[in-house]
Design a protein around this ligand. Structure first.
Ligand SMILES: Nc1ncnc2c1ncn2[C@@H]1O[C@H](COP(=O)(O)OP(=O)(O)OP(=O)(O)O)[C@@H](O)[C@H]1O
Length: 255
């Protein structure tokens, strides 16, 4: 059996009476895009925070590349090869696109952001930064300030910063959020290519994107995985339809 690069077992986290994440099992396999979907409040953010180390579970385990990282911090997991993008972009607006990516390369090399100096003459660093920008189709914006980029381009920049960390797994938190149709289409093509660079755990509300991209989908409701399977299987799953329709969402039926 193919070994999961990222694995959660019986992962649980409560907030008082609420089981935000309830005995969740999840595997991210090489080369795949594994989407996690679920109605509002299902536990998606809690799960991605537990996987990336921003939250500690009450019980259960997280393994990264076969190594138990349940008690490791987010920066420790990043150094082992986990890259994550956020719903709210985390770029430095006054730096150029290239400088932002160069920062991410430096962080991977173990330098703290605090000691960062503008690295105009650091050719290998800049070459690497430009390579990441090329991969996400943003090389023509390399010298533009991040603040002047369009929304979709900023999301591409974030992805370039994640790639600059040479990730073994990518955790993407709503990469299509706030995007128009054209930008979403571009992002779908981009992510589809990137799955071979690193498998992607994708949290996304845009069902067209999820069903276009995912090799496998896990559906959360009330903190539990209620279904796991191919997009076709998920589309036809009665429990999934119930969870979505019960929560006032019709998008799963249309996807
Ligand atoms: N810090 C917190 N304190 C108390 N309850 C919380 C906290 N964070 C999340 N919850 C609760 O845990 C449950 C899961 O929330 P979570 O944000 O993980 O869901 P979600 O699927 O990401 O929702 P959305 O799609 O709306 O972002 C919800 O009932 C939520 O109210």
């Amino acid at each position: 059996m193919t070994e999961a690069l990222l694995q959660a077992r019986s992962l649980s986290r409560r907030y008082g009476a609420i089981a935000a994440c309830d005995a969740v099992d999840l595997d991210l396999l090489p080369g795949e895009i594994h989407a996690v979907i679920g109605p509002n409040g299902a536990g998606k953010s809690t799960l991605i925070n537990l996987l990336s180390g921003l939250l500690k579970p009450d019980s259960g385990t997280v393994k990264l590349l076969g190594r138990d990282v349940t008690r490791s911090s987010a920066p420790q997991r990043a150094l082992l090869g986990m890259a994550r993008t956020f719903q709210i972009t985390s770029i430095f607006p006054h730096f150029t696109a290239q400088q932002n990516v160069a920062l991410a390369v430096q962080a991977r090399q173990g330098h703290s952001f605090r000691f960062w100096q503008p690295t105009v003459k650091d050719y290998p660093l800049n070459d690497e930064a430009r390579e990441s920008l090329r991969k996400v189709g943003l090389i023509m914006r390399a010298d533009q300030r991040a603040s002047s980029l369009a929304h979709g381009e900023r999301r591409q920049l974030e992805l370039a910063m994640a790639l600059a960390q040479a990730p073994k797994v990518l955790l993407l938190d709503e990469p299509m959020a706030g995007m128009g149709r054209e930008d979403s289409q571009r992002m779908i093509i981009l992510l589809s290519r990137l799955r071979m660079t690193a498998p992607i755990l994708l949290i996304e509300h845009d069902m067209d994107a999820v069903f276009a991209l995912a090799d496998r989908i896990s559906v959360l409701a009330g903190g539990r995985v209620i279904a796991n399977g191919t997009p076709d299987a998920i589309r036809q799953d009665s429990l999934v339809r119930e969870a979505y329709l019960g929560a006032g969402h019709e998008e799963i039926a249309d996807a």
